[in-house]
Every structure is written in structure tokens, then in C-alpha cells.
Design a protein around this ligand. Structure first.
Ligand SMILES: [Zn+2]
Length: 375
């Protein structure tokens, strides 16, 4: 009953506030003379820049504490998009700017003064990344500072011209995706001559199925071939057809090899980790049949769930849920990248490698995070 009254009161207050805003705000702005309007606008923009530099500080602190992992996100980017509700590009610009600000502390003041903005910082970060990828050139702090100095107080196109002068190859446009319809996405990217030649060879090899395929048809064919080889969540027969059968040991081994780099040190150093399929109740080895069951049950996704108390208040109904159920306020990672099998109770603490209930899939970041928390 009390709740109902409160809701009504809140609704009334909101209504009053909304009507005040509608009536008064335009009137107030209308009554301002031109110089005052511009003065106040400049003051707001200045506040906005200060707020932005504070947001970047907070993001850096979240990154330092790696809170996004604890909250159930595989990366700071996912946290920015899904929890803070930034668009993908807005999230990426802020993360790039925050990382440059960490390297070069004076960037903070330059953002607040308007000498550098998110677009410029993001262009610089992308350029530095491309320099490393394309030209194998790594920028030290002084070189980054020098680069930013050249971009200060410049428009986006002026920055592009400046960056092309430094390295034309590193300014090749970034890959882009754009939604055309619900079912169609435009993807734009630049490829090397070498890759183009490889694609022409693939075209020739699949010409018995499709004569002169479009790039979409070619990619579709390549995706099928790759998924038949790599996707362990779907069982296939020897010809690669989907079936309710068995995943080849080779595929498990390949996945294991891919995951080795990301495994926690203790796992990597463990010579047993190189072997697959050795089955024993008293062994760290996870039998292949058990691995298949875990992959199938967890659908190839990271099962890390954030502590529900961390998000307390996000969903009020969660208070009534059972402790052992996944709370609606908790965040499940669900990443499908760099997936590894985790012992819930570590083998060194008596955890079983043959009991499916003691095993689950985690992404490499959450597996490492869990491992670090245990030690
Ligand atoms: Zn994860």
C-alpha cells in the first residue's frame, strides 16, 4: 500500500518537474541575450570537458582494479557498452583516450582545455596501433607525446593529413560494419594483394559448387569450412555434417593448443596439460568424453557470473530468488572467445576432473582472474 502511495507521489512530482521544465527552460533561454547565451553555453561545454576527463579517470580505475571481470564482463569495452550503455564507437573512443591519458598525464588538462578531444585521441590511438601492426613500430611515451603535440587543436581532417604525412600505410581506414536492414550488414575493409590472390584461389577451388561467387558467397563458404573444423559446440561426422555424435579428439587438441597462451601460469607449466584423453579419477586430466559434455552443457560460452551483491538494487525482485539460482541482478559473461575448461574446486584442493558438476567453461580472462583470486 505504502509503495503505491509513494509511486503516485513520485509520479506527481515528476509530472510537476516535467511541466516546469517544458514551460520554464525555453522561456529562460529565450529571455537570455545573445552574449549571455553564448557565455553560458561555453561554461556548460567547459563543464562537459571536465566531466569527460573525470569519466576517463574512473574508467582507468575500473581497468586498474579489473572490476569489469568481477562484474561479469570479459573486457572493459564490453563493460562500457553493456553496463554503461555507451555505443561501441563511444566506448572505444573513451577507452583509447583513457589509456593515452594514463601514459601521458598532461592529456587530462588538454582535454579539459579543449586542445585535445575524444576524436583526436582515438585517431592517435588507432594510428599508434596501426604503426605497430603494419610497420612493426612501437611508440614510447615521448613519441606518443610528440605525436599528440602535432595533433593538438586540429580538426579530424587536419589530423588525418598530419598522420598520412607520418605514415600513409598506418592510416588505412579501419574495418567498418553498418546495419543496412535487420538481415543485412555492410562490412568494409581493405585487404592486401596477397590475400586477394588467396581468395581467387579459393574461388577456383569451390567453382564446382558456385561459379564466380560474390564476396558474400565466398565468405559464407569459408565460414562453413572454418566452423566445421573449429566449432566444438556442434557435433559432426567425419564429413563435417552435423550429427548427435562425437567431436574428434583432434579438434579438442587444437582448441587446447589455442588456449595454452592464455592459460594461467600454473596450468601452462603443467606438463599434463599437453595431453588429452588420459582418464583417471585421481588425475588432473579431463577425459575427452567429459570435455565434450561440458562444452555441450555450457554451449561454448563463459559461465562466469558476477557476485549478485555487487549489482544490488539493479533488480529489486532478485531479493526473493533462491541463493543457488542465477540472480537476475547478476551478470553472466557468456563470452565465446578463448574458452577454457575450469575446475570449480581446484584439482589441488581435491576437485574432480571427471565430475561434470566440478567443471565449467570460462573465457581466458575470467579463468586467469579466478586463478589469481585463489592464489
Ligand atoms: Zn568470461
Amino acid at each position: 500500500m505504502n509503495n503505491k502511495i509513494n509511486t503516485q507521489n513520485n509520479g506527481k512530482q515528476l509530472q510537476e518537474l516535467t511541466s516546469l521544465t517544458k514551460k520554464d527552460m525555453p522561456l529562460k533561454l529565450n529571455s537570455l541575450d545573445n552574449s549571455k547565451l553564448i557565455l553560458e553555453l561555453k561554461s556548460l561545454v567547459s563543464e562537459e570537458r571536465k566531466l569527460l576527463s573525470s569519466v576517463l579517470d574512473y574508467l582507468l580505475e575500473v581497468q586498474t582494479r579489473r572490476l569489469y571481470l568481477e562484474l561479469g564482463f570479459p573486457s572493459l569495452f564490453e563493460f562500457c557498452v553493456k553496463e554503461l550503455q555507451y555505443s561501441e564507437s563511444a566506448a572505444q573512443r573513451r577507452i583509447s583516450a583513457a589509456r593515452l591519458m594514463k601514459d601521458i598525464p598532461e592529456v587530462k588538462t588538454k582535454i579539459e582545455k579543449g586542445n585535445l578531444n575524444l576524436t583526436t585521441l582515438s585517431q592517435a590511438a588507432m594510428f599508434i596501433g596501426q604503426e605497430k601492426r603494419v610497420n612493426q613500430k612501437s611508440y614510447n611515451i615521448n613519441q606518443k607525446r610528440e605525436l599528440l603535440g602535432k595533433l593538438e587543436n586540429k580538426s579530424k581532417s587536419e589530423c588525418e593529413k598530419e598522420l598520412i604525412k607520418i605514415s600513409p600505410l598506418a592510416t588505412i581506414p579501419k574495418e567498418r560494419e553498418r546495419l543496412i536492414t535487420e538481415e543485412k550488414i555492410e562490412v568494409r575493409f581493405v585487404i592486401t594483394k596477397e590475400l586477394k590472390e588467396k581468395l581467387e584461389r579459393v574461388k577456383a577451388l569451390i567453382s564446382h559448387k558456385k561459379v564466380n561467387p560474390s564476396y558474400e558467397e565466398l565468405l559464407s563458404e569459408l565460414a562453413e569450412i572454418a566452423l566445421n573444423k573449429l566449432d566444438k559446440s556442434v557435433d559432426r561426422d567425419k564429413k563435417g555434417n552435423k550429427e548427435m555424435g562425437i567431436i574428434k579428439d583432434e579438434q579438442v587438441s587444437n582448441r587446447k593448443d589455442q588456449c595454452q597462451k592464455a592459460l594461467p601460469p600454473a596450468e601452462v607449466k603443467n606438463p599434463d596439460a599437453q595431453q588429452v584423453g588420459k582418464e583417471s579419477a585421481n588425475s588432473r586430466y579431463i577425459p575427452t568424453t567429459i570435455k565434450r559434455q561440458v562444452w555441450k552443457r555450457d554451449q561454448g560460452k563463459c559461465q562466469y557470473v558476477s557476485d549478485k551483491n555487487f549489482n544490488a538494487g539493479k533488480h529489486e525482485n532478485s531479493k526473493n530468488q533462491k541463493d543457488n539460482a542465477i540472480d537476475s541482478s547478476a551478470q553472466k559473461c557468456n563470452s565465446t572467445h578463448f574458452i577454457q575448461i575450469d575446475h570449480i574446486i581446484p584439482f589441488s584442493h581435491g576437485g574432480s576432473s571427471t565430475d561434470i558438476n566440478n567443471l565449467r567453461l570460462l573465457c581466458a580472462n575470467h579463468n586467469r582472474y579466478r586463478w589469481e583470486k585463489r592464489t
